[in-house]
Design a binder for this molecule. Structure first.
Ligand code: ATP
Ligand code: MG
Length: 724
């Protein structure tokens, strides 16, 4: 391996960024211009030529998947395994710091990470505890309030309430919530970041240690850092002037989660020695795709302004498909991908991107129908599924009795006759005596005023957990998880749930045992194996943290060749030869929540820019005239984002071009042709539109969209009449 291998595949501006002397710098550049490549090659260059050990590098990426990819690329550039380098997400890195320095951070050693679901439950409980009406003070809003304060680095004591009822109430909830977290040793996602920041502020010795350790800090997707993340970085960089950030203001898409696009503008002021380097050549997309993206984003105001160009050809025009409804849209996309694969391409070179997770179900059905293997990123992730959370709730309680979130979760799952009143009594004792729910339950038992039935339901639960603990002393992780699941009664509980759903849940529980067996913290992508004399966490603690933090960013085996389905948010940083943006409709994308506020509309447009610039060669935009989503029918106009792309870059794939005439369908008693989009009448279901068909002769079936939903009908029985 030679240095030229690192520097040759770079253009001049990229090479300048990669070989900067030790100095802070901002690489500001549009999509696909090689920002991530600059980071990767810079790391390789630092190690190879500057004698910097991987141990002295800290790289922040946006997802664990990105971290793994970056590590892989550097390893292949350097042709050696990288150990000791910290590469991960802000959350992952904060978590690692807190595990190491839990004492200084004011946390118990076995602190638990609460996921968003646990957090909502706890806020709910706190709201009720404060005698507030849940309808007037929805827990979801309070969660949002709490998280936004934490994202801004604010503790309750830093917040002024201006004698305003809304602020005062939310502050009270925040305070009570925080107390409950401290009591239970629980940390939510925003808290991870805030505590890690406070760790710097309160412990100069620890800060100095990491300042000396890290020769260089590198951050990808810098436009999406929030206030606390930025403050954390600034403090860590200190006077070292060793922070390299890369980002694109036009791809800032997490404003709703506290990200601050202004951090990019502030950077040059805060680091006044820093260099700014711009990259303008795009290596990812064809000319047409790039022009479309440039025009689209040109509609936003207050940009830092950059134009992308490519020296490749224009390539295909952008395709626009107008469908009747979401089923037709999904069918079209699936068929298009089918053809793509038949032409000799891989499934995983194609991606379907959408604005909202709810859109995926219909798309999945279309994939299944054509037997296209697919993989969903985001959405209901493995560790987020109810059955997995329940099983892990038991494991947590066995590990730590005071884990309130886990107690709440499983105390009555499966139902064991624990009435709401009993639970309320337990919560009441916990609140008034500042006890965990576990201890409160014990003390309620000890009072002895309970009816025999209540008593036995509580003591049954407590001794179940104690028994599990005893049974699993000294066994390995897999055996522990297996035993807990078996004893919990969850399997027979789900067996009662009818149909495939219950079966799928039981299979998932089996999967969890498998995950426990193969769990290897060394491979835990969030971090590297410990290299200093740090205390080892117990494997179980690692496993539980992994489950909360990582929540498996994808389902299925990543090595399989699958069509990629994900929201546009999760597609950030990725690229695919063939890309579909589905659901290009006003109200869906841009999302209706954004229509009122110009700032949010611009964020939606940036999201669309992200979507468009994921495409390397072929881009399809699809929309539906009517769409049933979350149970309601919508008639949406074409998304304004499509009209913002110059007409001459778009070609419409009209339905009439794609209509295929069915081979001699028997339609009622008449021989005839039967085409997609044809209106038909059915005696019971009324009028509908033909979406699809399969089979021939007696076996022929048609898929018809009626007002009450779509149905597959046997042509020979349905007695459909064509409607002119
Ligand atoms: P995004 O803004 O979407 O994160 P990015 O700026 O990080 O994009 P990269 O993902 O680093 O861009 O690069 C985009 C594509 O262009 C990748 O396939 C990358 O390998 C390729 N690429 C980058 N620089 C060069 C170059 N100098 N020569 C050839 N290909 C390049
Ligand atoms: Mg990138």
């Amino acid at each position: 391996m030679d240095v030229s291998d690192i520097l040759e595949p770079l253009n001049d501006a990229q090479r300048e960024a990669v070989t900067l002397p030790r100095q802070s710098a901002l690489v500001l550049a549009g999509a696909g211009s090689g920002k991530t490549r600059v980071l990767t090659h810079r790391i390789a260059w630092l190690i190879k030529t500057q004698g910097i050990s991987p141990f002295g590098l800290l790289a922040v990426t946006f997802t664990n998947k990105a971290a793994a990819e970056m590590r892989g690329r550097i390893e292949s550039l350097l042709e050696m395994p990288l150990s000791g380098m910290w590469v991960g997400t802000f959350h992952g890195i904060a978590h690692r710091l807190l595990r190491r320095h839990y004492g200084e951070a004011g946390l118990p050693q076995n602190f638990q990470i609460m996921d968003t679901d646990d957090q909502l439950r706890l806020v709910k409980r706190v709201t009720v505890g404060l005698d507030l009406d849940e309808k007037k003070w929805p827990p979801r809003q309070a969660v949002w309030f709490i998280n936004s304060q934490k994202d801004e680095g604010l503790r309750p004591k830093n917040i002024e309430d201006y004698d305003d009822l809304y602020l005062k109430t939310n502050l009270a909830i925040y305070e009570a919530y925080q107390e409950a977290c401290e009591r239970g040793g629980m940390v939510d996602f925003a808290e991870l970041l805030l505590r890690a920041h406070e760790l710097w502020l309160n412990h100069p010795g620890i800060l100095r240690h990491y300042q000396e350790r890290f020769s260089e800090l590198l951050v990808d997707e810098f436009q999406d850092t929030n206030a606390v993340q930025y403050a954390w970085l600034r403090v860590l960089a200190g006077e070292n002037d060793n922070l390299l950030v890369v980002g694109d203001d036009d791809q800032s898409i997490y404003g709703w989660r506290g990200a601050r696009i202004e951090n990019i503008q502030r950077f040059s002021e805060d680091f006044d020695n820093s260099r700014t380097i711009r990259l303008e050549q795009n290596y990812r997309s064809t000319g047409s795709i790039l022009k479309a993206a440039n025009h689209l984003i040109g509609n936003n105001e207050g940009r830092l302004g950059k134009e992308l160009w490519t020296d490749g050809g224009d390539g295909d025009l952008i395709n626009l498909y107008s469908s009747y409804n979401e089923i037709d849209e999904a069918r079209y996309i699936a068929e298009r991908i089918n053809r793509w694969v038949a032409d000799g391409n891989r499934h995983d070179e194609s991606a379907i991107l959408y604005r909202s997770n709810a859109q995926s179900r219909v798309l999945e059905e279309a994939m299944l129908r054509l037997q296209l293997p697919y993989r969903i990123y985001g959405g209901q992730r493995f560790f987020e599924r109810a059955e997995i959370r329940n099983a892990l709730g038991y494991v947590r309680l066995v590990n730590q009795r005071d884990a309130d979130a886990a107690f709440e979760r499983v105390v009555n799952v499966p139902p064991r006759g624990m009435g709401n009143r009993t639970l309320e009594e337990i919560r009441h004792i916990a609140r008034s005596e500042q006890l965990s729910l576990w201890r409160a339950a014990k003390s309620l038992l000890a009072v002895g005023t309970l009816t025999a039935r209540k008593k036995s339901s509580i003591s049954g639960f407590l001794s179940l957990i104690e028994d599990m603990d005893e049974l699993t002393q000294g066994v390995d992780l897999e055996q522990l998880v297996r035993t807990v699941i078996e004893r919990s009664g969850l399997i027979s509980y789900y067996e009662k749930e009818r149909g495939e759903r219950g079966q799928a849940r039981i299979e998932n529980l089996g999967e969890l045992v498998t995950a426990a067996r193969s769990f290897d913290p060394q491979e835990n992508l969030t971090f590297n194996p410990p290299t200093e004399n740090e205390e080892e966490l117990s494997l179980l603690d690692e496993f539980l943290s992994h489950a909360s933090l990582e929540a498996g960013e994808a389902q299925g085996d990543s090595s399989e060749d699958c069509v990629q389905l994900m929201t546009m948010h999760s597609a950030k940083g990725l690229e695919f030869p063939l890309v579909f943006l589905a659901g290009m409709e006003e109200g869906l994308f841009p999302h209706r929540m954004s229509l009122e506020e110009p700032g949010r509309l611009e964020e939606e447009r940036r999201l669309c820019y992200v979507g468009v610039t994921r495409a390397m060669r072929h881009l399809y935009l699809t929309h539906a005239e009517t769409r049933r989503l979350n149970g309601t029918d919508n008639y949406n106009r074409l998304s304004r984002f499509i009209t913002e792309i110059p007409e001459e870059l778009i070609q419409e794939v009209r339905l009439k071009n794609t209509v295929v005439h069915a081979p001699n369908f028997k339609l009622g008693k008449t021989e005839g042709e039967f085409s997609l989009g044809q209106r038909v009448h059915h005696a019971k279901f009324g009028e509908g539109v033909v979406l699809n068909y399969e089979g021939q002769g007696k076996q022929a079936r048609v898929h018809v969209n009626f007002s009450e939903g779509s149905k597959w009908l046997m042509v020979s029985f349905a007695n459909l009449q064509t409607v002119k």
